[in-house]
Design a protein around this ligand. Structure first.
Ligand SMILES: [Fe+2]
Ligand SMILES: [Fe+2]
Length: 210
């Protein structure tokens, strides 16, 4: 599948070159999107907190698996990809740290996070080991959805429907934002990170890296 095609369209459409792997990755994305929409609707702060706890999983799994692969095959050439994947995991963990300052999860959401980590962690590990390309494609699509959600969040803040509170200190330091930065500035930075994750994961799927 042509990466530029998907990436520019920001949505998946069946093309002659789309295959079972891409279709499966997209179906899983729509399935998880439906669950997220059902649970959170427009509660974007809570949505961000819960989904960022899940978003931190794939990069760590991919980075760890590439690391093991490099060790057992005794080959070089994995370094830049391992670092990219671990950086993605770290970046997603930081997103969580920002949004936990914006929205406090309730007890039910905390339970959901624990459940999701077990189920999604095991599922993604299995997928990554046996269907690496599909795994990267699915995360590429997840990231496209994250970009859409953060765009919607941004619109609601700009329209004054969500209060444009002060950005948390931890985010100001992480992104080197001015001291008077607001939520709107933070969400723009996070959205740019998600665009980068999308680009990388679609690229890894296209080039069968992992
Ligand atoms: Fe994120
Ligand atoms: Fe992401």
């Amino acid at each position: 599948m042509n990466i530029n095609y998907i990436y520019n369209m920001k949505s998946f459409e069946k093309t002659e070159s789309s295959n079972i792997s891409d279709n499966f990755a997209y179906s899983m994305t729509m399935f998880f999107r439906f669950i997220a929409d059902t649970f959170f609707a427009q509660r974007y702060g809570h949505r961000a907190v819960v989904l960022e706890t899940v978003a931190g999983v794939p990069g760590m799994v991919a980075g760890m698996w590439m690391h093991f692969k490099s060790l057992r095959s005794m080959k070089t050439g994995y370094g830049s990809h391992i670092r990219e994947m671990l950086a993605e995991a770290e970046n997603e963990r930081m997103h969580l740290m920002f949004f936990i300052e914006i929205a406090k999860p309730n007890i039910f959401e905390r339970a959901l996070v624990m459940f999701a980590q077990m189920i999604f962690g095991a599922f993604y590990f299995f997928m990554y080991v046996f269907f690496t390309k599909t795994a990267h494609r699915m995360i590429g699509f997840f990231e496209d959805e994250a970009v859409k959600s953060y765009s919607d969040y941004l619109t609601l803040i700009e329209e004054g429907k969500i209060e444009n509170v002060k950005a948390p200190r931890i985010a100001i330091e992480y992104y080197n934002l001015p001291d008077d930065a607001r939520l709107v500035d933070l969400v723009k930075c996070v959205k740019a990170d998600e665009e980068h994750h999308s680009e990388i994961n679609h690229k890894y799927a296209d080039e069968e890296i992992g």
